[in-house]
Write a protein that binds this ligand. Sequence first.
Ligand code: ASP
Length: 430
Amino acid sequence: MNKKMTITTKILIAMGIGLVTGSLINAFASDISFVQTYLVNGLFHVIGAAFVNSLKMLVVPLVTFSLICGVCGIGDVAVLGRVGIKAFALYIFTTGLAITLALVVAIAIAPGEGFEQARTTDFIAKPAPPLTDVFINIVPSNPINAFAEGNMLQIIFFVILFAIAMLMTGDIGRKMAKTAENLNEVMMKVVTLVMDFAPIGVFFLMAKTFSVQGIGLILPMIGYFSVVVLCLLLHGFGTFSLLLIFLAKLNPLTFIKKMRPAHIFAFSTASSNATIPVTLQVVEKRLGVDNSTAAFTVPLGATINMDGTAIMQGVATVFIANVYGIDLGVSDYLTVVGMSILASIGTAGVPGVGLIMLAMVFNQVGLPVEGIGLILGVDRILDMIRTAINITGDATVTCIVARSENTIDDQIFQDPDAGVITDVELPHKA
Ligand code: ASP
């Protein structure tokens, strides 16, 4: 194999082969029990799931050390507050744009009108957490628990507080900050080690997903599916590009090209949270954003910013309303906008969570929750695409905040080779 091939290219090839393998199995071998037991639910499942675990394994330590370095790098509580407010406001703003775009396009195209209301699969809606709890739970009653559970908002809250205290303790804090920097450096290396296995992991993940899902599932739902994808693309290439040009003064084409590794991971894992290590690495090393901004905005975004999910919710609302012949008024649509923004803040970036929040949106505007059964079949594939959009939103906002704080290095951003991930040379004993 070509020595110069980057990891990203290898992963991309593995992803394509996995997709084709999975689709072929789905089409021709779905009732061969040997294939199902030993390949799909055996080999594919085990290696794919172990790979996702290895990514998740990096998230908590990486975010912790990186965030300590970030806060100490900013060094000023007032600036920290300013970065936080900017990021939060931009996250809400972009999610608002996303859901509005989705509603406008979906109402114009009207997917689901005349749809034969096919048998609905039973969908049991899991209760969504009440929003008051979401806010109360930002403050961890036990930080060790927060770390153990990987509760991102609680971890961010505690680590920021801890790092501020470090800043306040002078010399002791400075020494600890140096240690955190060293640990962060080592963690980044661990990320590269895990990335070395990514082509294999991604192949198995894709093969498993498409063996189970099959492309054919999309056909009866093609109307809904294509409107969601259209809106995701419009937002991904249109809205974000405009924001990058006007607010971050950056070339969106360079941005999209450099985001590729993060896109691939988001697509194959369908989890913004599991993608945090890759997003962080891309945003810092390839796009040139300083750790002092990225360490804070990227994990925050993975948790509270989900533009792609909001888009799916907007289109799904219009689709189900059309299928069931229910007229929604302006106030209903406004409720959908508000609920989707809140839902995006209140949920973690893990696979399939968007559907659970959709139940909450439906309840609020009086749509039948069992309608979700209709869109269940195509949701996994949409989840993969919308997760890629979710993390693109995190990176876009990070760049805008970095530009306004003067923490982006344009030279790194322009350099096509900056931060390219290549194979890691393992040390050998002399
Ligand atoms: N999988 C998405 C994410 O992790 C959330 C969702 O839409 O279900 O960002």
